[in-house]
Design a protein around this ligand. Sequence first.
Ligand code: KG4
Length: 333
Amino acid sequence: MNILAFESSCDETAVAVVRDGRHVLSDAILSQADMHSIYGGVVPEIASRKHIESIAGLTDKALSAAGISKGEVDAVAVTYGPGLIGALLVGVNFAKSAAYALGRPLIPVHHLRGHIAANYIAFPELEPPFLALCISGGNSMLVDVRGYTDMSILGATRDDAAGECFDKIARVLGLPYPGGLPMQELAEGGDSTKYPLPRAKVAGNDLDMSFSGLKTAAVNLVHNAQQKGEPLDRASLAASVAAAISDELVPRAMEAARRCGHHTLVAAGGVAANKRIRGDLEQACREQGLRLYLPPLRLCGDNGAMIGSQAYYEYLAGARADMSLNAYANLEI
Ligand code: KG4
C-alpha cells in the first residue's frame, strides 16, 4: 500500500511516499530553518507562507523520486496536530485536495505518533509494546505504547519542552536557531560538572518534567557574567545544560519503563539526536537490561516518512478523515 504523506506542523515542509508502513520510497524535505534563524525562532506567519510556496513542488518531487504515478497512490496522510495552526492548515488543506482529486482515503496522523513511528522505518523488527521518550522542540513526554494506535501519556513537561530549553539558552549564547546542534558542538570539550544547574522536582506525578527553571538559571548565569564583565566558560555551560536536560529525562524514562514492565525503550523527536542524551540512555539501558532504539539522526527531526509510516497503522485500525478534517494546535496523543 503506497501512502502519500504530508508534514507541515512547524518549519519543515515534508512530503514522502511510504509503502506498507516500513519502506520509504521517497522523503522530500525543505527546511525553513535559515529563514527563521535571523529572528532567533520560528515566525508562524512566515512558516505558513513558505509551506504554501513549497508543498506542491515537493509533492511532485516526492512522487517522481518514488517512481510512482499519482494513480499508484493508495491513500493520503497528513499531520493534523499538534503544531502551529497556520502551518498545519497548509498541509491539511493540501492533503484534503489531493485525497479528493485522487479519490483516495485521507488518514489523519498525530505528529508525535509520527515521531515514534520513525523507529519502525529504521528498525524492521521493532513492534509495540514499548516505552517511548518523545523529545522535540514543542513537546517532551513519556508514552506507554501498548499498540501501534493504542498509547497514553505517563508524564510530560509542565512548561517548556527540552528542545525549547536548548534553543532559548543557545540564543542568549549567540548561537543560531535551532540551537540544539550548535549547543552540542559548543559542549565538545566542556566540563559538564562546572556549572551546577537545577534539576526539577515536580509535585504530583513524579514522571512529569520541568525545564523552565533550568532555562532561567542558565540565561541568568549568562546575563550575570555579561553584566559583571566576568569570563564565561561557554563550552562548560553548554555541557552542563546538556547534562541537566539529560538528568531530567533519562531517570524518568527508566522509571516509566520499570512501572509499565516494558523491556524496550524507544527515543523519538529532534532532541533524540543529542549526543549526551543518547549516551546517557545507552548507559542506563545497559545497566537496567532494557533494549534501546535510537533513531538515526536523519529520522529524529520532522519528516514526512514518519507520518507515512504511522498512517499505515492508523489505516489498518480504521482511521479515516473526510473533507471536514481540521487542524489542531493542541491534540491528545
Ligand atoms: O522534532 P523536531 O525537528 O521538531 C519538533 O517537532 O519540534 O525537533 C526540533 C528540536 C529543536 O529544538 C532543536 O534544537 C532540537 O530538536 N535538536 C537538538 C539536536 N538536534 C536538534 N537538540 C539537542 N541536540 C541536538 N543534537
